[in-house]
Design a protein around this ligand. Structure first.
Ligand code: SF4
Length: 414
């Protein structure tokens, strides 16, 4: 695997076709790869729009779709010179190019672990079910084998991902498999317990607020799982949630959040929201702002609603004008910025364990994350006056000295 275009024999661009901005970003990435390297294979969701890709970028060598692992390997084998080991009669590019922990695009100390693919919901703004199909969970022994291989390869933090993490195993009827000589059910709770037993950080993404999530929060309260939940609430107005056809839209999410904080006071909740969904009135939006004030979430991302080709929501009445969407987006982010700043201020003076992501040796600082920060989407903990012994992927215990709206600043006593 090369870290830059110049060092690569060929570039594989993994695309996303979820929303219009993602399509554009994917097309731009293909263009950049062609101009910087020249040999480009396109894969991922946008691959279903092969004509569109070829029309804009006729130089691409191959276009494959989502999960087209074999096709990608075939295209790579066709267009790049085989390594010397190919003289070996037993050489198989599917195996020999991949180490025990599989192909990882993340730094060596953390990794994403996908536990299922597809989704049984039909949110009106989303086309993932039409791209990826209904929920298909991986058998639990396969998930655990990959998790253990990643741990053995030096991974310190697993980020559990899927389209609907809390629905894990539903399609398998929670089938029991054997792993490590022990029976294990293909069930969200059992999976969380087994992953925790690996003794590394396990961070849950894309969880929906179903009642059975309470039991998993209990594990967090017992310090058996990283107390971090990424829950895409998307809105707070019941009218809008219903129009979005969101999973668990009728749940009283505020009551649930309060209950989780009773069970696990340290829990950190991250979420994303869409503003300006068709039909969203000022009253609906105000309901979302009031909800955010009450919920005091730790991390929030927001997007203005944008149409996705093929999504049901495109045909809903009363689309919100762009300038109103933008104005609502800014109001939401300003409000949340204050909440985030207050919550981070509460951490000043506390001692936290952090994981080192990067070292800035010129400045003498380590750029780290605590349990409250997922990579790439949350803030950082900047630790100053580090010693030469501090390395990427190491856990440090630090004292928080200061906070900004999204980041913490800490000192390390060695
Ligand atoms: S839960 Fe809704 S938004 Fe998420 S993947 Fe399923 S249909 Fe799409």
């Amino acid at each position: 695997m090369a870290s830059d275009y110049e060092g690569a024999d060929l570039v594989v661009v993994n695309t996303c076709g979820f929303i219009e901005s993602a399509v554009q970003e994917s097309l731009d990435a293909i263009g950049e790869a062609i101009s910087k390297n020249g040999k480009v294979i396109v894969t991922g969701c946008l691959g279903k729009e092969a004509d569109k890709i070829r029309e804009m970028h006729p130089a691409v060598l191959a276009v494959t779709g989502a999960h087209a692992y074999d096709e990608v390997i075939r295209a790579v084998s066709l267009h790049v010179p085989k390594p010397d080991r190919s003289q070996d009669a037993g050489y198989d590019p599917k195996i020999d190019l991949i180490n025990e922990a599989g192909i990882k695009l993340t730094p060596s100390h953390y990794a994403y672990l996908k536990i299922s693919e597809g989704c049984n919901h039909r949110c009106t703004f989303c086309i993932i079910p039409s791209l990826r199909g209904d929920l298909v969970s991986r058998p639990i022994d396969s998930v655990m084998n990959e998790a253990l291989a990643l741990k053995n390869a030096g991974v310190k933090e697993l980020l559990i991902i899927s389209q609907d993490t809390s629905a894990y195993g539903l399609d398998l009827k929670y089938k029991t498999s054997f792993w490590n000589g022990m029976p294990l059910k293909s069930k969200f709770y059992d999976l969380c317990q087994a992953l925790n037993d690996l003794g590394i950080w396990v961070r849950l993404h894309y969880v929906y607020p179903y009642p059975h999530v309470d039991k998993v929060v209990e594990l967090m309260g017992e310090k058996k799982l990283l107390p971090y939940l990424d829950i895409p609430f998307q809105h707070a107005s019941h009218r809008i949630l219903k129009a979005m056809k969101r999973p668990a839209h009728s749940e009283n999410t505020l009551a649930r959040i309060h209950a989780w904080r009773e069970i696990c006071p340290d829990i950190v909740i991250r979420s994303t929201f869409v503003v300006g969904f068709p039909g969203e009135t000022e009253e609906d939006f105000q309901c979302l702002l009031d909800w955010l004030v009450e919920a005091r979430l730790d991390r929030v991302g927001a997007f203005t609603y944008s149409e996705v080709e093929g999504a049901v929501a495109n045909d809903l009445p009363n689309h919100v004008p762009e300038e109103i969407k933008q104005e609502r987006y800014e109001r939401l982010m300003t409000l949340q910025q204050d909440i985030s700043a207050q919550k981070l201020q509460e951490k000043v003076g506390k001692t936290l364990m952090v994981l080192v992501d990067e070292i800035d040796s010129e400045e003498g600082i380590a750029i780290c994350r605590s349990y409250a920060d997922a990579p790439e989407i949350d803030g950082h903990v900047y630790v100053d006056e580090i010693t030469a012994q501090v390395k990427v992927g190491q856990f440090l215990t630090v004292t928080i000295d200061d906070a900004s709206e999204y980041d913490l600043f800490a000192s390390y006593k060695g």
